[in-house]
Structure formats: structure tokens, C-alpha cells
Design a protein. Sequence first.
Lengths: 184, 184
Amino acid sequence: MNYEVEQKFRLADPDRIATWLAARGVALEPAVLQVDEYFAHPARDFAATDEALRIRSVGEQNWVTYKGPKIDASTKTRRELELPIEPGQAGAARFAELLTALGFSHVAAVRKRRRTATVPFQGCDVEVAVDNVEGVGQFCELEISADAAGLDAARAALAALAAEFGLTENERRSYLELLLERRP
Amino acid sequence: MNYEVEQKFRLADPDRIATWLAARGVALEPAVLQVDEYFAHPARDFAATDEALRIRSVGEQNWVTYKGPKIDASTKTRRELELPIEPGQAGAARFAELLTALGFSHVAAVRKRRRTATVPFQGCDVEVAVDNVEGVGQFCELEISADAAGLDAARAALAALAAEFGLTENERRSYLELLLERRP
């Protein structure tokens, strides 16, 4: 099984990251709009079980993503299943119709503009994402894919890169949780 | 919303159907193996609610199919959602893993060799399927897609074609139900 070792931080200074990357010849990709439609389970309280199910749309492409509970206290390491589904607005709508027929219910949409880069660091390939999340704020996510044997090295690399970026305000709540907390 | 108006019959004489079709210039396609993996819902008893969820594999292609409850007493008219998913054995396995993570559980596999034809009849396009179902027997399914306004005409055409084919032993149980009833 593969795990994503991931940490997210509130971001005060996006330029510092871009500058650090540029000094190593890495540029952030242009921003893409990601729309994540989250669903509630018919019998489980995902907020209590720390799971999530969403349909992600980026341009014409769609995926269904399941995230399992976090498996440690400091990072966001968790099981993740992400499968491509039919493309286009119609494809996303049909999958949402399937989920609804099965008793899942739509909770909220998280919309963000994301710039990404991949940077080799301490022997790991680190996915860097700089996110501007509608109604929530700016964040940086760092992520490394690892199998069980590589988890400790991935966690160490991630902490060291966060220090390089000046990231200190760790945020374990999901964008969905942050968005729902802001609702009146 | 579209409905499938569908009836299934136990089949004593497959040759009669092939002969009737041949007299009208229609041939049954060569047999294809369909494997349907059925899943139980985490909170609903699909046997009681008359719903079904399955992954269908035909060669390299896969679909996820949801069938809603039957909406009348004699035919098998019901809501159906069928969406393509990732192809190949790996694609079907990944979708099964997603369903399992969400609390669905595997029930049984229905394996059948199906020969099909489409025949115009009384203004409807009728899908004819001649099925040899492992462990269950031989059947003929007749199906017409209709919207709400076309349901009555579709039901009448279906009954008339069944009479032409000499089909009398209507079977409302699904192949899954028939298979499960035969288990010790």
C-alpha cells in the first residue's frame, strides 16, 4: 500500500517559496482551478471517522477520491484511492448522481487555484502546492509518496523542507473542515 | 429520466429465437463473457430495497451499474445508472477497492455468456439477449429503453415479441438472486 506523507501550512509569504525554488531552477506551474465536491456517507460520519469522499474536477478531467483516516499525529499521512472517472461536466454530474442514488449526500464544494512544482530534496521527490482557497485563504502543501519502509525518511525530508520555506503554522484541518467552520 | 423496460424468461428453445431473427435478416452476435461482481450496501439491505450495485467486466471494459427498485409488477422496469470506469482487470480491482473502503462488501459474481441482437419491432428497438448463466441456466432477456411517455408502448411491444418467441416462463428474479438461492 502507498501512503501520502503530507503537511499543510498557512502561508504568509508565497514569494519566499517561488524564490527558493527559482534558485534551484524549479518554477511553479501556472495556476489551475480545482473544484472538489465532497460527499457524506449514508451510514458513517466522515467528520468523526476522519475519512473523505470527493469528486475532483480539473478542466475536463474528473477523479473520485477516497481518503482514509490519518495514521499519525503530526503529518497528514493516510490511505488514498484516486480513480479517474468519465470526463467533462456531464461525467462528474453522472458520478454524483450515482453517489446520491447510493445514499451519499453532497456536503460542500471546495474551489481553489493551485500552483504546483516537484522538487527533489533529501532523496525524495516532494510535491509542492501553493493554494489559494476560496473563502479560506492561502496555504502551502508538501507531499511525498512513500511505502511503509520509506515513511520515516519522507517525514524527515518534509520537516526539513518546511523549515527552508519558513513554514511554521501547521494546519491539520482539511480545506473542507476550514470552509465548514466559517459557515454561519 | 430513462427507464429500461425489461422482461426475462426461462429459455427452452434458443434455436426458435435465432430462426425468427434470421427470417428477418438479423443475426445474434457471437457470445461474449460478462462477469458481474455484486456488492452489498453498508447500511441498506439491497435484497429488501430491490436495488443492486455491480461492477461489470466485458473483455477489457468495465462499468459500474446501479439499479433502482422495480417500478411495476410485471416487467422489470427500473432506474438504471451505468458509468464507464477504468478499463482492465486492474481498473475493476481498483474500483472494488474503493467500494470496499466505503463499506460495501462483495456478495457474489454472476458469470454468463451472452449473445445479443437489436431488432426493430412495433416501432421500438428491442434489445434481445440470449444468456447462458453459469450455475443458473439459459434465459432470454428483452429490453426497450423508454422515457416516461413511451413506457406503455414499450411494454406492449415487449409482450408481443415474447409471444412471437414462444417465451412463457417469466422470471422476475435477478441472476444474482437465482444464483444465491442455489447455494447450499
